[in-house]
Design a binder for this molecule. Structure first.
Ligand code: SF4
Length: 363
């Protein structure tokens, strides 16, 4: 993944961010055309596989157990339910599925075995599979890679300086460490941030500079506009002006010409025209489906209308990297075998019951 060295210092990147908007958009659109098909947008679907009850205190997040947001806490979904949702997403044009679990970190337990099985199943459908499960170690990243995970999302959210104003339950360095484990396992990195949390332009650019400093910047950079949810510490934040989203997307596009820049949360607060400006400025992906984990998102049919108006097409999977191979996972196989045994034992017992009923009926 390439970095645009002309703007690879904080001063130069801030200057770029503050360029007159028409010039900035023109420059970003030029870079975008050089490295991407500007009429193609990747559609990703985000599935909240485990919702709420998270022990972290991210100030923007309604899923934190520390805030009273009236969010319904839901345990980990069943494998089949998730695979059905993924199938539906594929039918509606998504080429990538991202599974989100509100966990501080991954634990080596049955829930993780289920997630591994979900990854195997979705990879088997020929879709790019991404997961966002919190912090993970090297072995867990390796296991996900072997299941067929294409990408892992772990956002830095903002600059190192601003991070502690938003989250106190973990360190910025821990985020960077997880990204390192993902990279080491050979999984594509998805990492970005949120604007509109009260941060400065220096903080926005500071986050991008952290990516510049990495040996390899993320292949995917989601840019989210804060969706202020009642009950969270950021509930009173004003919606971020669209011009700032456009500037952030354009600056990211110019700095990381080859990465996918994702126009992520906050699209319901944007008009079609505003979203079109973001695409022009270099956004090359959106999340599709009416929910973005727990916050609202435009429905599939609204996006279809938007794509028709703008003449955009949905990008096919694996255009930027090979589909990973799904390898054998002993724990998943053991779990499947166990489920089969239970199923056939319960089928046997219900047929015995009905046989008994029949013979009793003879009396
Ligand atoms: S952003 Fe993730 S880690 Fe933070 S509170 Fe929400 S679910 Fe937990």
């Amino acid at each position: 993944m390439k970095i645009n060295q002309t703007y690879a210092t904080k001063e130069a990147a801030i200057k770029l961010y503050n360029t007159p908007l028409m010039d900035l958009m023109y420059q970003a659109a030029t870079v975008h055309r050089e490295f991407h098909n500007p009429n193609e947008v990747q559609m990703s679907s985000l599935i909240s596989i485990k919702t709420g009850g998270c022990s972290e205190d991210c100030g923007y997040c309604p899923q934190s157990a520390k805030y009273n947001t009236e969010l319904e806490v839901k345990p980990l979904m069943q494998v089949d339910e998730v695979l059905d949702l993924a199938k539906n997403a594929k039918v509606n044009g998504s080429s990538r599925v991202c599974m989100g679990a509100a966990w501080r970190n991954v634990r080596d337990n049955r829930d993780f075995d289920k997630v591994v099985e979900m990854v195997q199943g979705i990879n088997g459908m020929g879709m790019e599979v991404c997961a966002t499960l919190g912090m993970l170690n090297e072995q867990q990243a390796e296991r996900l890679k072997n299941a067929g995970l294409y990408a892992y999302n772990h956002n830095l959210d903002s600059s190192k300086e601003f991070y502690k104003d938003i989250i106190s339950t973990r360190e910025y360095e821990e985020r960077i460490e997880t990204i390192g484990h993902v990279r080491k396992a050979g999984i594509s990195v998805c990492s970005g941030g949120i604007i509109g949390m009260g941060e400065s332009v220096e903080d926005r650019v500071g986050m991008l500079m952290t990516y510049v400093m990495m040996e390899q910047p993320p292949e995917s950079i989601p840019i989210n506009a804060l969706v202020a949810v009642e009950g969270t510490p950021l509930e009173d934040q004003k919606p971020v002006p669209v011009w700032e989203m456009v500037r952030m997307i354009a600056t990211s596009r110019i700095l990381f010409p080859q990465s996918i820049i994702r126009l992520s949360a906050g699209r319901t607060q944007m008009s079609k025209e505003a979203q079109a400006l973001c695409f022009f400025a270099g956004a090359s992906s959106i999340f599709a489906g009416d929910k973005l984990l727990t916050t609202p998102n435009p429905a599939f049919n609204e996006d279809k209308e938007l794509f028709d108006i703008l003449g955009l097409t949905a990008k096919a999977p694996f255009q930027d990297g090979e589909q990973p191979e799904t390898k054998f996972d002993a724990k998943v196989e053991a779990a499947k075998e166990y489920r089969e045994k239970i199923k056939s034992a319960s089928a046997k017992s219900s047929s015995e019951k009905s046989q008994k009923g029949l013979s009793l009926g003879k009396w």
